[in-house]
Design a protein around this ligand. Sequence first.
Ligand SMILES: Cc1cc2nc3c(=O)[nH]c(=O)nc-3n(C[C@H](O)[C@H](O)[C@H](O)COP(=O)(O)OP(=O)(O)OC[C@H]3O[C@@H](n4cnc5c(N)ncnc54)[C@H](O)[C@@H]3O)c2cc1C
Length: 374
Amino acid sequence: MQEDTNFFTANYDSIIDKINAIHPEKYSKTRNFLNGEVTYLSPYISRGVLSTKQVMEMVLNNGFTFFQSEKLIQELAWREYYQRVWQFKKEQIWDDLKQVQPAVDHYEMLASLLNCTTGIKVIDEHIQRLYQTGYIHNHIRMYLASITCNIGKAHWKIPAKWMYYHLLDGDIASNNCSWQWVGGSFSSKKYYCNQDNINKYTHSHQTGTFLDASYEQITALKVPDTLSVSTSLKLHTILPDTKLPILDLSKPTLLYNSYNLDPNWRAKENVNKVLILEPSHFNENPVSEKVLYFILELSKNIPGIQVFVGEIAAIVKLYNENHIETTEVIISKEHPAFEYYPGIKDQRDWLFPSVSGYHSSFFNFWKKCVQSIQ
Ligand SMILES: Cc1cc2nc3c(=O)[nH]c(=O)nc-3n(C[C@H](O)[C@H](O)[C@H](O)COP(=O)(O)OP(=O)(O)OC[C@H]3O[C@@H](n4cnc5c(N)ncnc54)[C@H](O)[C@@H]3O)c2cc1C
């Protein structure tokens, strides 16, 4: 295992080194294994430090062909797919998207997940690691969501909030849609795993667990004792105290936030730069102290940025008190979480800018992505 508590550097040059280290063919062959060559880029893509387009272009510029890189590009496209779903569905991203999640017993969190006591060793170890590092491998996320929703029969929403709270790469679209994909409310059937599958991809050898059974037996399993206790969840973000930013009101203000920390965005312009952390956003979507620290560290790649904890209305007021309309002077990047910002919204750097709107399945979306580049 590569990632330790300091693995996710916030230094921009070191982040770029991570892209240069990608070998897309090795990635494609090994990504499903716990020790596979995954990129660990999601915390930077989610937080808007890197764009999916930038990653693809750098990999291709490093001499790999589209064909060699196709699996990686397809994974990057999953992120865009979910972002497009969010753009279209807006607040409904919090509802069961295609159908009601089948076989739900409750809307709480499983105590054994919170406490790393499911009895599936590798899962318990990796929840512990999630708490320590803010990262968890995709396959373990799938196992964990399947154990929660399909064996433990919890509705996806509260466990998804728990995971989002701890993830450095927390992305409401990827998170909610992936939980729903596993739980069967954004897919045609639930995703199940058994102990054999877990052992194969994690190189472990555990036997005798509630998952040590055939798929046929597992789909018919009653909730095991270890998953039978559920609990409510209280999550909140402790934001720092800051003053109002000091703005030169003769200049526009670039707004950065927890999903836009791009140091190259309008980098040469003579502007104010504010990282705005709105209490209203974090009350709805709490993140851990570790995640907040990561966001603040990433913002240090942006010269001259001021951190402001407060609502957007306070920035608007600063301009309005000086009789300046905000339509031209407040500039942000388009993002479904912050549609309410006033002013100019720059487009994000999409991999497939012409493939927008809602697609009912990733593979319909991907087909159009491939057509768009042919
Ligand atoms: C239950 C569950 C919850 C998830 N929650 C999140 C989340 O909050 N934030 C998040 O970024 N990802 C989420 N994912 C998707 C995926 O697990 C992570 O993006 C991936 O593990 C990140 O590690 P990596 O950068 O090493 O991935 P790599 O395998 O190296 O992939 C390269 C890039 O492709 C994108 N990507 C890969 N797989 C997916 C995927 N399944 N969906 C969307 N994008 C993908 C990411 O941008 C990633 O950085 C979730 C998956 C599941 C099953």
